[in-house]
Design a protein around this ligand. Structure first.
Ligand code: TYM
Length: 315
């Protein structure tokens, strides 16, 4: 990595299998951009503990996350791939932010409200989640954060945390910007609501062809229009409007044929990624994370040393 490049960072929770919303919302934008920056890709395994309590599953999800990143095209020589729990500075800085922000400020968080409304346990980790995410980003002087639309508010929280710290203790943190691909927006799931692990409406990124076909066939279509919008919304992630126009024109009202075409196009994209993924071992994952942790630690520990001095705990 060349000196002087700006930093880019994103993270994905290791809380289940990745779906195409994660891929097109965050992972692909990361892959498209990361060569131009000094880039960090983080497994948010401590964030995943807000929902996962089974240690075996937690571990399995970490292995899977790194395999997914590598299969999606991230070169570990060109990006620092690491896991959050390896760098204790993240939770340490999150605590300092927790002491700077108020409960009413955190109560404005959409993600917390949505998750609790969906029946998830309202644990304190879920509530203070945005401050751990702010720490993830700010520790690395991150300038740009590729994320899906649903994370916009979390990046605002990170900017607020930076501003609050800077005004209390002097200029320390860069205020980061989100990179959200407009054309992607919020990818709908099979029921038309936001695609999300917790809604059970996903198309799995690394599912078998059969699993993907089953998910696509279950997409809810509205019989009133010519074009099944929920199918089209996924299809346009893969092809341009111009490329899709003749297909949708020729198959007006024939939703089954359109879904079959979508399955075919998804399969074309995913087959090589799936094959690559099958060749990645648990040992490969461990080696990648070991190298990544050393690189991330060097940056995070220097930043944290400065933070500790500024808040007054260093004697
Ligand atoms: P997570 O794990 O929920 O999702 C990972 C990424 O996938 C995007 N995404 C979507 N994009 C478009 N349409 C969808 N239906 C869709 N579903 C998910 C998310 O926007 C996200 O970018 N808080 C983060 C993880 C995180 C993080 C960070 C991200 C922790 N620390 C630091 C950036 C920087 C999250 O829960 O993502």
């Amino acid at each position: 990595m060349a000196e002087g490049k700006k930093r880019l960072l994103t993270g994905l929770q290791s809380s289940g299998t990745l779906h195409i919303g994660n891929y097109f919302g965050a992972l692909k934008p990361f892959v498209d951009l990361y060569g131009d920056y000094e880039s960090f890709l983080m497994v948010a395994d401590y964030h995943a503990l807000t929902s996962l309590k089974d240690p075996k599953l937690v571990q399995e999800c970490i292995y899977n996350s790194v395999k997914d990143y590598l299969a999606a095209g991230v070169d570990p020589e060109k990006a620092v791939i690491f896991k959050q729990s390896d760098i204790s500075e993240h939770t340490e800085l999150a605590w300092i932010f927790d002491c700077l922000v108020t409960v009413p400020f955190l109560e404005l968080g959409h993600a917390y409200k949505d998750k609790v409304a969906k029946g998830l346990e309202a644990n304190a980790g879920l509530f203070t989640y945005p401050m751990l995410m702010a720490a993830d980003i700010l520790l690395y002087d991150t300038v740009i954060v590729p994320v899906g639309e649903d994370q916009r508010q979390h990046i605002e929280y990170a900017r607020e945390a930076a501003a609050k710290f800077n005004s209390a203790y002097g200029q320390t943190f860069i205020e980061p910007k989100e990179h959200i691909v407009k054309a992607v927006g919020t990818i709908p799931g099979t029921d038309g609501k936001k695609m999300s692990k917790s809604y059970g409406n996903t198309v799995p990124l690394f599912g078998t062809r059969d699993e993907i076909a089953k998910a696509v066939m279950s997409i809810v279509t509205d019989s009133s229009g010519d074009r099944p919008e929920n199918v089209y919304a996924m299809h346009k992630l893969l092809k341009t409007d111009e490329e899709l126009a003749p297909l949708y024109e020729a198959n007006k009202g024939s939703y089954k044929a359109l879904k079959e075409a979508l399955i075919e196009d998804l399969d074309t994209l995913l087959t090589p990624m799936r094959e690559k993924r099958n060749s990645i071992t648990d040992d490969d994952v461990k080696a990648v994370l070991k190298t990544g942790a050393a690189k991330a630690k060097a940056v995070a520990s220097a930043k944290m040393e400065d933070v500790r001095k500024k808040v007054g705990v260093t004697l």
